[in-house]
Design a protein around this ligand. Structure first.
Ligand SMILES: O=C(O)CCC(=O)C(=O)O
Ligand SMILES: [Fe+2]
Length: 294
């Protein structure tokens, strides 16, 4: 039974504005398959109706146009040919969706790094994940997110610093622009419902509210989400608007932008962490976020 459905009402269909219906009573869809691309959504254009209310007029400020980072972001996310941007990535990679551009990078983490990260799993305490709400509040929401997490201090150790540096090199940024790495865990049935990494999704308006610049939380431009283990029964990262599921494979990472080229949230990269459906798989992932500034 699908828990999150994407439906295009008849009157909206002509305008290509998919509406998302989220059944809050239950976690996201279990109809996971390996990476698939839907022709229906491959041509979806950015939603030009993004509201510019007084609360979200401050769009994301990109790095200077002359910077390596600006060129990388442009090429990776706003052009059809990312080959130069990914030329420094010497391992296999695939563009698994166009507009919005979403990539899967194979072997982003080495097996040594994975086992080092998994050592923390045994010794450190995971916290219940929470969701951000209005007015800089956050709360535990068992309907929306039941997974647990663990944050590392920046450059916590040599391995973490190496991973940070690798992610920074990929995006052409300094490691200081990355948020502290965050390990997430999903036991059977645990999930993270449909959300956006930049701000709060307004289901009725089908927009993402860009958080104000003054908020305590950094604004996340780009997400690089790494998988620490294989998970074939459930556990996919699901992009409802792209109709895409990325199935966890140890060491690989999914890369996507949370912003459009005008610095406003890209609602098309709405996503969810689906629940592993078997006791055989406890899913572990590592969030690496490139942020606007601290
Ligand atoms: O677990 C996943 O596949 C996605 C996790 C995620 O979206 C997040 O932690 O923000
Ligand atoms: Fe996310």
């Amino acid at each position: 039974m699908s828990k999150a459905t994407v439906a295009v009402p008849a009157k909206e269909a002509a305008n290509q504005h998919p509406q998302i219906t989220i059944d809050q009573e239950a976690p996201p869809s279990e109809e996971a398959t390996t990476v698939t691309i839907s022709p229906d959504h491959a041509s979806h254009r950015p939603d030009k109706r993004l509201r510019r209310t007084p609360r979200n007029t401050q769009c994301i400020r990109f790095p200077p146009k002359t910077s390596l980072c600006y060129r990388r972001l442009n090429e990776l996310f706003f052009s059809a040919t990312p080959d130069t941007a990914l030329s420094s990535y010497k391992k296999p990679w695939r563009k698994v969706h166009a507009e919005p551009n979403i990539y899967v990078l194979e072997n982003f983490l080495t097996t040594k790094e994975i086992s080092h990260l998994m050592d923390f799993v045994a010794t450190k305490r995971f916290q219940r994940s929470f969701v951000d709400g209005e007015n800089n509040t956050s709360s535990i929401d068992r309907w929306h997110r039941t997974s647990t997490f663990l944050s590392f201090a920046k450059q916590h150790d040599k391995t973490i610093a190496t991973i940070e540096q690798r992610a920074a090199d990929l995006l052409g940024i300094q490691p200081r622009a990355l948020e502290a790495l965050q390990l997430v865990r999903y036991e059977q049935g645990q999930f993270f419902g449909i959300h956006h990494d930049l701000g709060i999704y307004d289901e009725e308006e089908d927009t993402v509210e860009l958080p104000p610049k003054t908020t305590w939380s950094p604004r996340r431009l780009v997400t690089l989400f790494c998988y620490l283990n294989d998970c074939s029964e459930g556990g996919a990262t699901y992009f409802p608007k792209a109709q895409l599921r990325v199935q966890p494979v140890a060491g690989s990472a999914v890369l996507f932008s949370n912003v459009l080229s005008d610095g406003m949230p890209d609602v098309r990269t709405l996503h969810a962490g689906e629940p592993p459906t078997s006791t055989q798989c406890v899913k572990y992932g590592l969030n690496i976020w490139f942020c606007e500034e601290f």
